[in-house]
Design a binder for this molecule. Structure first.
Ligand code: GAL
Length: 381
């Protein structure tokens, strides 16, 4: 972006130079000697001409820059709806999204409207309709239910407003339908399969492969997010797949939905611990908020992470990364909200400026264990 700006400005400067060269100066017969007064008058004319040329240069620079850069960012209006403000991870995400739009891309804070979907699809639909009526240039939507994407896309397309979906991925066939139908919609996220695999590997890479009691079977509980969400489905499935792929025999003791929520994570783990006690080797949580809850339950039950039980999450919340450094969590997985927020904002502006946009953008996850936790903390703090 910056490079393009520099190029646009130098192109304009070159044009301005050539305009000056072709302008008034050359109409003056260079050899004709002029009387002093006339020379002064001519000097004034030249000064005016130079000023005009400078103005023309500025105008040319502005118009070339506009042609290259598109709409003035200060005039772009963005409507953002987040599925629920109470979600820890999405709070980090939306803060970074706004920060990047304003401080890096030059949008005005008052032109960015961020709404709380309150985990209610009806409420979110109203917000989206308001954005459309208000004439937003582009929407960034973290759907409450991924299944409502067709309605949202249809209404946005009818109003010719592009939409960037984030965090909750619509179905793959729908993404293809955007391409086939020439619809301005895209998804920016991270491949949840990768985060699940990383969780399983973090356990499989332990010396005892997660078999805390050494009885030959890794018994686990699975604290799920919202099971309608692909992030929850894939993390649940792929974490165990990675463990069995490493030759580990597993047994699932409990699988329950905790809706990404710390309190529910605590309750589910507390109940599982009172029911299954020392049999539990590993607590898998689909995210860190629930892992923080699980840790409360583990500590209340007098168990010790990395000694007689293992615990993994996803997101790399600051508290979770600190826990990894202090042997209170075995590992987590960095859900790169910087990369996701920046990509979402960049493609939103690409849409506004009529540039080509892909149907899907995926940002990589990063494993977080004691080995790199300090480094990751540095990045997120
Ligand atoms: C996941 C994240 C969860 C939660 C969820 C919301 O990617 O790991 O903590 O924020 O998105 O959809």
């Amino acid at each position: 972006m910056k490079l393009r700006k520099v190029m646009a400005v130098s192109l304009a400067a070159a044009m301005a130079l050539s305009m000056t060269a072709c302008g008034g100066g050359s109409s003056q017969p260079a050899e004709t000697p002029a009387p002093t007064e006339a020379a002064a008058a001519q000097g004034e004319t030249k000064a005016e001409e130079a000023a005009d040329a400078a103005d023309a240069a500025t105008e040319a620079a502005e118009s070339v820059e506009k042609a290259v850069e598109g709409k003035d960012p200060a005039e772009i209006k963005v409507g953002i709806s987040i599925y629920q403000f109470a979600d820890n991870f999405m709070t980090l995400y939306r803060t970074e999204l706004e920060n990047y739009l304003v401080n890096e891309l030059g949008l005005k804070k008052e032109n960015i409207s961020i709404m709380d979907g309150k985990n209610d699809q009806g409420e979110q639909m109203n917000q989206i309709r308001n954005f459309i009526t208000q004439g937003c240039d582009v929407l960034i939507v973290n759907l409450v239910q991924a299944s409502s994407e067709p309605t949202v896309t249809e209404e946005c397309a009818a109003a010719n407003i592009p939409v960037v979906y984030i965090n909750r991925e619509p179905e793959a066939e729908r993404e293809q339908a955007w391409v086939d139908g020439g619809i301005k919609a895209t998804y920016v996220g991270a491949d949840a399969r990768q985060s699940g695999t990383f969780q399983g590997e973090e356990i499989a890479e332990l010396e005892n492969k997660g078999d805390a009691d050494g009885d030959g079977v890794v018994r686990y509980i699975m604290v799920q997010g919202d099971p309608e969400n692909v992030d929850a489905q894939y993390r649940t499935e792929k974490s165990i797949e990675a463990l069995t792929a490493a030759g580990v025999e597993v047994e699932e003791l409990v699988k329950m939905r905790g809706d990404w929520d710390q309190t529910k994570g605590q309750e589910i783990t507390a109940n599982a611990l009172s029911q299954h006690g020392a049999k539990i080797d590993v607590v898998f949580c689909n995210n860190d908020a629930m892992a923080l809850g699980a840790l409360q339950a583990i500590e209340a039950a007098g168990r010790k992470v990395n000694e007689d039980i293992y615990l993994v999450g996803v997101d790399a919340l600051v508290e979770a990364v600190e826990n990894v450094m202090n042997d209170k969590m075995t590992g987590t997985v960095f859900n790169d909200y910087f990369g996701q927020a920046h990509t979402a904002a960049d493609v939103a502006l690409d849409f506004v400026n009529g540039k080509d946009v892909e149907k899907v953008y995926m940002v990589d996850y990063v494993k977080v264990t004691t080995e790199n936790a300090a480094e990751i903390l540095e990045l997120i703090k």
